[in-house]
Ligand binder design. Structure first.
Ligand code: GSF
Length: 214
């Protein structure tokens, strides 16, 4: 930590994250692709002594802590911020229309993670408190979103066409999360084009280095 002048304390930027969170993985991949330097602080928001609620009243990771200590959340805000601070390897198009298309992909991929994470948490409750209807409703969203992602990807190399961007990162993190928490979902067999996309993504160090770990 360095003192810039008598009032401002400058610290290295920090990412507060769990190593299982697909949203945090998205941020880690974006930061790596853009060569943005930061300290990774592992914090599991479900743990008794978590510090996450001090930084994010919603109690969720990821949280990005700026040099002046200000905390940014959620993952969509953080990736926009990261893309705006470095011109290296832009992950969001500048123009409004293609940018919104990428954000739509991100919403779809994040939506898979939201629904899947709810099921994961529900499955950890005592069996008599679990709601099969609730879990089925969430899993329906996961399968419907996979279907649409596969349809929209079609035969393209990357989600929005020729160029790799945030849509691919978000989709890759969602697929990786399904592999990690729901290995029984055979999305590769149902959607070979998503499987090929995932294989392409796994050739990138940013993806290989951020696989979820329990
Ligand atoms: C979702 C973050 C989230 O659900 C974002 O950052 O994009 N819209 C947010 N994080 C989960 C961990 S995970 O499932 O990735 C989390 O922190 N859950 C703790 C809680 O109390 O819900």
């Amino acid at each position: 930590m360095t003192k810039k002048n008598s009032t401002t304390v400058v610290q290295r930027m920090k990412l507060i994250a769990s190593l299982t969170s697909p949203f945090a993985r998205k941020v880690r991949v974006v930061a790596a692709e853009k060569h943005i330097d930061y300290d990774l602080v592992v914090d599991v928001p479900w743990d008794e002594h978590t510090q996450v609620p001090r930084l994010n009243p919603l109690g969720k990771v990821p949280v990005w802590v700026l040099e002046d200590g200000k905390a940014l959340y959620d993952s969509r805000v953080i990736v926009e911020y990261l893309d705006s601070v470095s011109p290296v390897g832009h992950v969001l198009p500048r123009d409004a229309r293609p940018r919104i298309v990428v954000k739509r992909w991100e919403a779809l991929a994040d939506g898979i993670c939201d629904a899947a994470a709810l099921v994961f948490v529900e499955r950890k409750r005592p069996p008599e408190q679990q709601s099969p209807d609730w879990m089925a409703r969430q899993m329906k969203k996961v399968h419907a979103a996979l279907e649409v992602m596969s349809e929209d990807l079609g035969k393209q190399e990357w989600c929005t066409g020729e160029f790799f961007n945030l849509s691919d990162i978000a989709v890759g993190c969602a697929l990786g999360y399904l592999d990690f928490r729901f290995p029984e979902i055979e999305w590769r067999r149902a959607h070979p084009n998503l499987s090929a996309l995932h294989d392409r993504l796994m050739q990138r160090p940013a993806f290989r280095d951020s696989l979820p770990v329990a």
